[in-house]
Design a protein around this ligand. Structure first.
Ligand SMILES: *Cc1c(COP(=O)(O)O)cnc(C)c1O
Length: 393
């Protein structure tokens, strides 16, 4: 990887060799409109104020920073948990969808569309649409529609229309292509709400900004909590990478070591190679012919073959490192956190906890270190998986 030349980010939407805007010509104006609207809105105290008010009165922010006292004593490191699991709808995704839905309204768009794999981003978008009175259409692969009946019903409960995509492998990749096709035909009325720090410019940068509230809050909370003000390590799970990007944004200019934890079967940053998918250049798991591989993880939110372009860049710079955790380690960590702290994390978030459990007391994470761990979501959605997988002996 040292052979990749890292260029400074001079072109908007470029992170070294990564990022960009690889979309059909017909979508360039739509992306440009979102980019312009976002940079105006983000500079407007009125917009920032409306978003902050919603995050507080509706989503439950600021979320607490919880010292994990018993787990810390067991591991010999000081663990602080950033509690995105306590937000409305139970994960950090709400931070992003509220930001994008407010932006859509500001742009005069009358409809939201989104793609979803397991359904979590679809549910979040349906929630934001219901709150702001914007109709929502969610594109979902037919196979996922069958596998995720619960989330399909949740979206419909919230008033959203779920469109089953029957092309290709009938999963997330095809749902994304279909959502983009739909966007081309109706870009004047429709706003495309992307679920992570992925997609064509400006989405990776914009979603990072909407998620940086996690890192900004945690930075202030750590300053109040820790003698050294900043933690030695900042750890978050990485699917596309939005909760990690938001967390890292608060600490990238400190001396904290940044660690992104991927699922073994979805390790774009740790094991991927450069490629283009879904409108951006980044690191993706590929076969020997350069075909993007399907990801496999017990955690639906980490089941993505690539990673957001900023993470690929942080990796090349050596500013963040990316590690992997197996399904079994994540399940064990979820049970361990539940029993040590009375907090059942989402299986995605349990990956971050699992790395801390594995590394504590080794040179990777020496005894006595302070560690901030972002809990991206709560584990209620994962009970069926845990019934099948958890060993409670
Ligand atoms: C969607 C999701 C993730 C993965 O998304 P990122 O963009 O990588 O943050 C992680 N945790 C939970 C609980 C999720 O719902």
């Amino acid at each position: 990887m040292s052979s990749i030349t890292v260029r400074p980010t001079v072109v908007p939407g470029r992170y070294g060799s990564y990022g960009g805007r690889y979309v059909p010509e017909s979508l360039i104006p739509a992306c440009e409109a979102v980019a312009e609207a976002f940079s105006e809105a983000w500079a407007d105290p009125g917009f920032r104020g409306s978003l902050a008010a919603l995050l507080s009165a509706y989503a439950g922010r600021p979320t607490p920073l919880t010292p994990a006292l018993r787990l810390s004593a067991e591991l010999g490191v000081t663990v602080l948990l950033k509690r995105e699991d306590l937000t409305h709808t139970g994960s950090h995704k709400i931070n992003n969808v509220l930001g994008q839905a407010l932006l859509a309204r500001r742009m005069g768009r009358t409809r939201l569309i989104a793609e979803t794999g397991a359904g979590m981003h679809g549910v979040a978008t349906a929630t934001a649409g219901a709150l702001l009175g914007l109709p929502v259409k969610v594109f979902m692969g037919e196979r996922d529609v069958e596998r995720q009946a619960h989330n399909v019903f949740r979206m419909r409960l919230l008033g959203a229309e779920v469109v089953a995509v029957t092309t290709g492998s009938r999963t997330l990749k095809d749902a994304t292509s279909e959502a983009m096709r739909h966007w081309v035909t109706d870009a004047d009325e429709t706003y495309y709400c992307v679920g992570s720090v992925i997609g064509p410019h400006p989405y990776p940068a914009m979603v990072r900004e909407f998620q940086r509230v996690i890192g900004d809050e945690a930075r202030r909370q750590c300053a109040a909590e820790l003698p050294g003000a900043t933690p030695d390590y900042v750890v978050a799970c990485v699917g596309g990478g939005s909760n990690a990007a938001g967390t890292f944004a608060g600490f990238v200019e400190t001396s904290a070591k940044l660690v992104g934890v991927e699922a073994e079967g979805g390790s774009g940053a740790a094991n991927g190679e450069i490629g283009v998918l879904h409108g951006f250049q980044s690191l993706f798991l590929q076969d020997e012919h350069g075909q993007i591989k399907e990801a496999h993880s017990i955690a639906a939110g980490l089941d993505y073959p690539g990673v957001g372009p900023e993470h690929a860049y942080l990796r090349d710079l050596g500013r963040a490192r990316y590690v992997t955790v197996s399904d079994g380690e994540a399940v064990a960590a979820a049970v361990r956190l539940a029993r040590a702290e009375g907090v059942l994390p989402a299986i995605e978030s349990a990956h971050a906890v699992a790395w801390v459990v594995r590394a504590a007391g080794t040179p990777e994470l020496p005894s006595g270190s302070t560690v901030l761990v972002t809990l991206s979501g709560r584990g209620d959605k994962d009970i069926t998986t845990l019934i099948a997988e958890a060993d409670l002996a």
